[in-house]
Ligand binder design. Sequence first.
Ligand SMILES: [Ca+2]
Length: 428
Amino acid sequence: MHKELKQLSQNLTRLIGRTIALAFLFVVLVVGTRDVLAQEFPQHDLRVETIAENLDVPWAIAFAPDGRIFVTERTGALQVIEDDSLQNAPVLKLDVGGAEGGLLGLTLDPNFEENHYLYLYYTYSEFLSTYNRVSRFTESNNSVSDELVLIDKIPGAAIHDGGRIKFSPDGKLYITTGDAANMLLAQNLDSLAGKILRINPDGTIPHDNPFADSPVYSYGHRNPQGLDWEPTSGILVATEHGPSGDKGFARDEINIISAGKNYGWPEITGDEEDPKYVSPIFHTGDVAWAPSGAAFYDGNRIPDLKGKFLVANLRGVHLHAFEIDTTQGKILSEQSLFSGTFGRLRDVHINDGYIYLLTSNQDGRGSPRQNDDRILKVMPLNQGLQKETQEETCSAGLELVIKASNGNPACVKPATKLKLIERGWARN
Ligand SMILES: [Ca+2]
């Protein structure tokens, strides 16, 4: 009897042990899988999904009107995501130089649907020198050709290569350049280093630039890597890496950029003031955030972030949201999102009211997680849950089409919609 009881007790213990192990496995499998696919942030009413992974230091992202997503990898490849999947073959593979330089900025022509022009900023080596250039390519069927160099011999180095390119609302191409590890160049108006440049889309110099026959728009910058225009005022705001590497204090900056102004590097930093220079409207003091890409949130899907200036931070491992009074140059409020969750963030981009983030944990300064680097899509918390039933809506000025091949919805310009339907790519 005792023996049977002992046996029964042993069996029960084993059964409980297995049940616990199975339950644990279930939690690991289910929660683990969920962790890769989507993460919820109830405190912000947000949900984050991974839309591409195993990228190699993604640096900039651009959305074509036909639904394709282009992304640069710093190591030299331009990749494309089509039908929700990262294509095997890169659009372009460039031989790049410059350690922390490489294939950096990317933007599409505002009239991409007509001309298929795609712009890239990249670092290259020539003999013993390192330079950066901005080139225009023509895209066709996920490949590019006909490189036209728009601006060349921007001083480059292993660090401080700038690299963000963006079209302004008035159709000029803006380019951020770093001081190429030579701080004196930032104050030299004859050098393209440590500047924000402004050119026409064909590489010529706009007649209304602040310095005659010069692409220089503003100067005295150390290493700006993010910029965007406030949608309501049209005011340009830029992020800039402060001198944690040169001077031992961080002082990463947010600047309001005006034509022809001098932003002080390396003469003043932080709260220092001098009538010759423009001081930042915000700096990070002793803490290095290493701010990179930035974008004003102009969508409607996430009302809490409406109008806010979002900044992707590398060393700060978070997304920062600033409410800025741009005409007064004052920060009204600020908040930190996703702190530490995704690691280093290189860029933030808004498309159709969603926020896209690029992680940068493979860049040699981070701790890569499983499936890094990734492209993340930030959406309202309830969006994913209601995906099946919720009717798709598009932002103002865009219309909904259904892709013929897979039934997926897409938001496009009305003129594009007609063309896509004509080509049989989409149906109503
Ligand atoms: Ca400054």
